[in-house]
Ligand binder design. Structure first.
Ligand code: SAM
Length: 307
């Protein structure tokens, strides 16, 4: 990708690609895989290459032909889990505007949105916090489906550039801002580097979403996010969490979704995430298991903790 860059992305680029910074929220996993590259090729263009946060294939004829079997298998998933047309349509629009091939990674996000919608009315929600999105996909899909919603997107500073950049590519109408201690004002999307994640407390959030991201954090950071969720000033708060049942980080630390600090939550849904156990591949046996079981939990915060 090599397109015009927006103001929010420029600020993130300056802070996380042009300056030294420290990050005590980067786990041993992300120290290993987080070597994304970004370069300004002229005043208004940027070249990005990143990995480790989902597939992003260019939507070319060559790719369409190459991945045709995966595409058929992905359609099978859409039918099997009866993905809602409205979610699929938003997801397809995001992929199209990002010139991204619509694949399993996009479909799984639409299916997660459907699950959330089976428990709550998103019409009643004003602000959603997405922790560890990736190409801004879930946030953009949600915003296209529910234009009234404001999105707070939190990610490691270097990955946040991808969230911000690709979100800005979805619509020039999206008003985006970079969150700092000093920032104020209204926007459609607020991009917050996880290095400053305590600033989540500046926002009233009714729904938090985390897909395949806490599994790559260490337990201290997971606990801190849970604390921020429980303490958030919104009166009714929900959390959708879809992560590995068991994951060992490169430094040996083990994290387990069912050992996250769920006290203070009323669990509304807890199961193996049925569409997120295997991913499609283009040759027999056509489906390959992820490295471990992935479960999902949808919960409501029961009580506000004392500060
Ligand atoms: C495997 S990717 C998942 C991306 C996307 N949610 C998906 O399901 O395809 C993990 C994401 O977690 C993010 N992440 C890692 N550590 C984080 C932290 N401490 N705070 C917020 N996001 C983090 C990564 O940058 C990346 O975007």
């Amino acid at each position: 990708m090599n397109q015009s860059i927006d103001h929010t992305s420029i600020k993130i680029f300056e802070d996380f690609y042009q300056k030294e910074f420290s990050s005590d929220v980067t786990s041993s996993h992300w120290q290993e895989v987080g070597g994304h590259r970004a370069a300004l090729t002229s005043e208004k263009k940027i070249k990005l290459s990143g990995w480790g946060f989902g597939s992003f294939r260019e939507n070319s004829l060559k790719i369409k032909v190459k991945y045709i079997i995966e595409s058929i298998l992905t359609d099978f998933l859409i039918n099997k889990y009866r993905a809602k047309q409205s979610s699929l349509s938003a997801a397809k629009t995001v992929a199209k505007r990002n010139m991204r091939y619509f694949d399993f990674d996009c479909v799984k996000q639409a299916l997660s949105l459907d699950l959330i919608e089976s428990y709550i009315s998103i019409e009643a929600i004003k602000t959603v916090c997405i922790i560890g999105d990736g190409y801004g996909f879930f946030g953009s899909m949600l915003k296209l489906k529910y234009p009234h919603i404001k999105i707070l997107s939190v990610n490691l500073g270097r990955t946040l550039l991808f969230d911000s950049y690709y979100t800005n590519q979805v619509s020039t109408r999206f008003n985006t801002t970079y969150v700092t201690e000093e920032s104020t004002g209204e926007a459609d999307f607020y991009f917050l580097p996880a290095e400053n994640y305590h600033l989540i407390e500046k926002f009233n959030i009714e729904l938090f979403v985390n897909i395949a991201s806490m599994q790559e954090m260490n337990n201290t950071v997971i606990n801190n996010y849970f604390d921020l969720i429980k303490r958030n000033p919104a009166s009714d708060k929900y959390f959708y969490c879809c992560n590995r049942v068991n994951k060992t980080l490169p430094d040996g630390e083990v994290t387990k979704i069912h050992h996250y600090p769920w006290s203070g939550f009323k669990i509304l849904h807890k199961s193996t995430c049925p569409w997120y156990q295997k991913f499609p591949i283009g040759k027999p046996p056509f489906w390959r298991n992820f490295d471990g079981q992935i479960d999902h939990v949808f919960a409501k915060v029961e009580k506000q903790l004392e500060s």
